[in-house]
Design a protein around this ligand. Sequence first.
Ligand code: GLU
Length: 482
Amino acid sequence: MPLPKDPSMRVRFAPSPTGHLHLGGARTALFNFLLARHYGGTLVLRIEDTDRERSTQDSIAAILEGLGWLDLSWDEGPFYQTGRFDRYRELAMELLEKGHAYRCDCPPDLLESKRAEAMKQGLPPRYDGRCRDRSVSPDRPHVLRFRTPEKESIVFDDLIRGPLSFDSSVLDDLIIIRSDGGPTYNFAVVVDDVDMKISHVIRGDDHINNTPRQIPIFRALGAPLPDFAHLPMIYGPDRTRLSKRHGATSVMAYRDMGFLPQALVNYLVRLGWSHKDQEIFTREELVHFFDLDHVGSSPSVFNPEKLLWLNAHYIKNTPGADLVPLLKEALPPLPDPLSQSSDPGYWTRLADELKGRSKTLNDLAQLAHPFLDRSRTIDPEARKKVLTLANSTVLEQLSLALRALEDWSGEGLRNVFAQMGESLHMKLGELAQPVRVAITGKTVSPGIFEVLLLAGREISLARLEEALRLSREPVNNGNTHD
Ligand code: GLU
């Protein structure tokens, strides 16, 4: 069902700061962000930190960092629930006065024994309403409970799931204010959604059972009901709820693994939403096309391969100059930098040359490292397989011919290899592989002429010599430096 174009649309992202921003949370934030931007509405950021034991400043910082990295901006907030306790108490008192709430002084051990009894009989452990019609003095230790309407069906039309109906008799008279005066989770959420004039509540469907608890509170407060949209779960490849068992779930772990935020955003948006069969979207396209009517109701499966594919796409299509600062972050320190590493133009050239072979920024850094620092290592496997006695002739001949080459250009290099191929009766690939391992330390790299050009004459010749020496060594394993 299409939503009307509505600049008064107000949505919120309301994380509980009990850990990192994880993929599911980031997707919820993204969908809210895109909807707000699509309709020219407002995104509110609300930190749901009422659980003081589990909420931490570090988590708040981590969540804000994650949102910042994904470039998901908000318009109002962050509002902190811990800063609004007076407001929750104020509205709870209003509910009390109107008879929608009541004081309950049932001692915890009494509640506990009733709960145990209900469980024993196989009944749901609900509060039995003992204090509903008692008048409990405010001077006694007590909680405030919400008077849940009895035998009513609570119906709402979920924008993703369609109409849903719950029987209120299965709901408890839930506590809204604890004995210490603090609000409970479901109450604070409703008060905030009312005060922040939220028009659309878009959240993970792990909250779907909270919605029938929250709806009567909206009504009791005399507030209009927002629309609700519960986003389908994200599964791991084994079709169980995505968790650490499936690999990294924190957004920032993906940054550390060398992902671009644009790639992760593009990946996350497709977890549940589609636009025809388009897979790759610019930010502008997402804002333009995004809508809830194309969010499916079945769970999506997290596919790391596809994320990697998208990341490779974004890296390849990012101009080298823009990749340079990211490459610098992904590189380990350069203990013995080569002279070209002080030339900014060289970095851009390197990034442009290597980006097509890099699925992550960490791949890019690995490929770039041999061109930036003397301390490049030769992969032991590559050394064993390629820097062999059998290849020493090629290395020797090429070393000599390249040393004699005055014009260190693509054409000059191509001529040397062509002549060498003829005289040794070898194909370019066969000649190139020992040179590739010599220069980069790896068996995978860009074309051999680009490698030689990027490395430059002096480094290339020194590394060929080193490789020649290694190829003649009888015991041929372990790491080496040039
Ligand atoms: N704080 C809840 C969470 O982090 C979200 C609550 C809501 O969106 O209503 O899961």
